[in-house]
Design a protein around this ligand. Structure first.
Ligand code: SF4
Length: 243
């Protein structure tokens, strides 16, 4: 099971446990912001939940839980020098900069690559994937793949039912307090409340992140696709500081 810690993949593990499905290994990949200084790119409450609550419980159920990391981090990604730019782009020799909305290279290199590398060493793997019965299009494409199974489909679970199943076991990630999405706190899709938690808990890291916008020679220098720069988001957070 490739596990994100979100409600669908977590509910799938619970269903495997309840129904004695033949699950042996659960694989989670932690995206890192700064590997050298051990700073995670995951929402701080989410990664605490993964490591301190869900993982020990799953291990007590007899499952092996692997937490993978790439050997690169977000800062490597940001500072990567472009050698072969896309056609008509004047980016040769520039630092890559912020992830591009809809084509996130962070996902490819820091999340999917470690997972794919892990599976290369596993023979005859069958994946459980967290797709609910109300996600028709995703199920249609799942049915075309012989080595992927949705336990949520097998047991007739909607997204709401998956959420309730997680709540029943105390396994709904606290990240849902901040956003419906999961993922990296430095994501262009991150909501204001996701940024706030970093600014409040780790002000030095947040300030370093905002300062990336001031670096020279950046190809993708604009942070947010919704038209706000990091400096503007920072100002907004300062003005709306909670008491
Ligand atoms: S959460 Fe955002 S930044 Fe992280 S891998 Fe996904 S799209 Fe990329």
């Amino acid at each position: 099971m490739s596990w994100s810690g979100g409600k669908d993949s977590t509910a799938s593990i619970i269903l495997a446990h309840e129904n004695n499905e033949p699950l042996d290994t659960i694989v989670f990949c932690e995206v890192m912001y700064d590997l050298k200084n051990n700073i995670s790119g995951e929402n701080p409450e989410h990664i605490k939940f993964i490591k301190e609550e869900a993982k020990p419980l799953f291990e007590s159920w007899g499952y092996k839980v692997e937490i993978l990391r790439a050997n690169q981090d977000y800062l490597d990604f940001f500072h990567h020098i472009i050698k072969h730019p896309r056609k008509h782009m004047d980016h040769k020799g520039k630092k890559f900069g912020f992830p591009v909305y809809g084509m996130c290279g962070v996902k490819r290199s820091l999340k999917l690559k470690p997972i794919n590398d892990y599976y290369k060493n596993v023979q005859d793997v069958v994946h459980y994937v967290g797709i609910c019965i109300d996600e028709k299009k995703r199920l249609e494409s799942l049915h075309k793949q012989s080595n992927r199974i949705s336990l949520l489909e097998r047991y007739g679970y909607t997204e709401q039912m998956a959420k309730e199943k997680c709540e029943e076991y105390g396994l709904l990630s606290p990240s849902y307090k901040y956003s419906k999405r999961g993922g990296c706190w430095f994501c262009p899709n991150a909501k204001l409340e996701e940024h706030r938690i970093i600014k409040e808990r780790y002000p030095d890291i947040w300030n370093q992140f905002v300062a990336l916008e001031d670096e020279d020679n950046i190809a993708n220098y604009k942070f947010n696709v919704f038209g706000k720069t990091l400096h503007e988001i920072d100002n907004e957070l300062r003005q709306n500081q909670r008491n």
